[in-house]
Write a protein that binds this ligand. Structure first.
Ligand SMILES: NC(=O)c1ccc[n+]([C@@H]2O[C@H](COP(=O)([O-])OP(=O)(O)OC[C@H]3O[C@@H](n4cnc5c(N)ncnc54)[C@H](OP(=O)(O)O)[C@@H]3O)[C@@H](O)[C@H]2O)c1
Length: 263
């Protein structure tokens, strides 16, 4: 099972492919299936070959990377072509029992990556449904190339992970919109400067977060009594910003649960 096929070559597939290639994975061993001309062209430009059920008959590892509405049909397509295929579903929401009701003769794993996989800074949750130990090891190793992995002991935790980490980058980009606006003013509209400043700010926050201190200690290292940070934090607290943020995360988790009931 040398070849990896991305069934769906959109946002998340492109992020994973970029991360895999920059980790040294041979692009000749990556194939894709997609009907969307824009995504086909992006793959062509990246020299990723199109997969054909007729031509490529060797045993491949399929990553199901289509939107939830297309997932069960795409899954069927693979199962119709292969005896006991190996499929890793990246699709949010849809539970394994839905897929297994179509075919049980599969090695099936669910995984939930996020887009920083593109820069090998991904976080992927894995839930093994019916994969062999060898397959699980292979999938884990592949996803560890693009970041870190977390194996879940219950499938329901996929919803929490999706709302928290899968969607996570967008929340931070959203918060950074306020920085973007103000930094652009500071540097007279220079977007290169904006990108450098935002990048360093977030990288600095990222590195500090890894140092085992906990958030309160990190905050107190910045905030001093009666200083500017304290004033900012006081205002955030009085507006109950953390409550609003948590509400947003809960809404995403609930949406993931809803999707699983829609299909
Ligand atoms: N984006 C993320 O950050 C992220 C993170 C974790 C998980 N996921 C999951 O990954 C999945 C894909 O998300 P995405 O944002 O990458 O979607 P996307 O950008 O829409 O990419 C999916 C691609 O698959 C194509 N497609 C769908 N059904 C097909 C079929 N039967 N045959 C050939 N091509 C087909 C679509 O074509 P059309 O455009 O013509 O429909 C589209 O080009 C979703 O289920 C999502 O829950 C996404």
């Amino acid at each position: 099972m040398k070849k990896v096929v991305f069934f769906g070559a959109g946002n998340i597939a492109q992020a994973l492919i970029a991360g895999m290639i920059s980790s040294g994975f041979n692009k000749k061993d990556i194939l894709f299936v997609d009907r969307n001309i824009k995504n086909k062209n992006i793959m062509k430009k990246a020299s990723i070959k199109e997969y054909s059920f007729k031509k490529n008959r060797s045993n491949c590892l399929f990553f199901l990377a289509v939107k939830p509405k297309d997932a069960l049909n795409a899954f069927k397509e693979i199962c119709e072509e292969y005896k006991k295929p190996t499929i890793v579903s990246l699709v949010a929401g849809i539970k394994s029992k839905k897929y297994l009701s179509i075919s049980k003769d599969i090695q099936f794993i669910r995984a939930m990556p996020n887009t920083p996989s593109e820069f090998n800074k991904g976080i992927t949750a894995i839930y093994n449904v019916s994969g062999s130990l060898a397959t699980l090891k292979k999938v884990r190793a592949l996803l560890n190339r693009v970041g870190i992995t977390l194996e879940l002991d219950k499938e329901t935790k996929m919803n929490d992970f999706t709302g928290l980490i899968g969607s996570g980058p967008a929340y931070f980009f959203y918060l950074l919109k306020i920085y973007e606006k103000r930094i652009l003013k500071l540097c007279n509209g220079d977007t290169k400067q904006r990108d450098k400043i935002l990048g360093n700010l977030m990288e600095g926050v990222g590195i500090a977060s890894k140092n085992n201190k906990g958030m309160d200690e990190l905050i107190s290292a910045v905030a001093s009594k009666k200083g500017t940070t304290e004033a900012g934090l006081k205002s955030f607290k009085s507006s109950k910003i953390l409550n609003s943020f948590e509400k947003g995360i809960i809404a995403a988790v609930n949406r993931s649960k809803e999707i699983s009931n829609e299909f």
